[in-house]
Design a protein around this ligand. Structure first.
Ligand code: FES
Length: 107
C-alpha cells in the first residue's frame, strides 16, 4: 500500500533541538532537522545552487541556506525567499525507539 520505504537515518540522540544534520539515504543527501523537538526531513541540497541546507541556520519555521540566504519552510519545503524559487522535497519521518526513520518514495 505504502509508496514510501522507511530507512533508518539517524539516532534521535544525535540531533539536539534546533539543529540539522546531513544523512545519506540510498545515495541521496537528506537534511534531518530537529525543530522545537519535532523531527523533519527534506532535501539537503539547495534548489538554487550547490549548498548543504543542514549547514544553514534555523529561523522560526525556516532554514536559511548558508550560501545565498534563501529560506525554505522546514515543514513544507516551500522556497519562502529569493534567490531560490524551487521548493525542496520533504519526507515523512517516523520515530521508532531512538531511531529516526525517513520515508523515501519508492521507484
Ligand atoms: S545555494 Fe542556496 S540560496 Fe543559493
Amino acid at each position: 500500500m505504502s509508496d514510501v520505504t522507511f530507512h533508518n537515518a539517524a539516532r534521535a540522540g544525535q540531533l539536539d533541538e534546533d539543529e540539522a544534520m546531513q544523512v545519506i539515504i540510498e545515495g541521496k543527501e537528506v537534511a534531518i532537522i530537529n525543530l522545537g523537538g519535532e523531527i523533519y526531513a527534506m532535501d539537503d541540497i539547495c534548489s538554487h545552487a550547490y549548498a548543504s541546507m543542514s549547514d544553514g541556520y534555523i529561523e522560526g519555521d525556516c532554514i536559511e541556506c548558508p550560501l545565498h540566504g534563501a529560506q525554505f519552510n522546514i515543514k513544507t519545503g516551500k522556497a519562502e525567499t529569493p534567490p531560490a524559487t524551487v521548493d525542496l522535497a520533504t519526507y515523512e519521518v517516523k520515530i521508532e525507539g531512538d531511531d529516526i526513520m525517513v520515508g523515501l518514495p519508492n521507484g
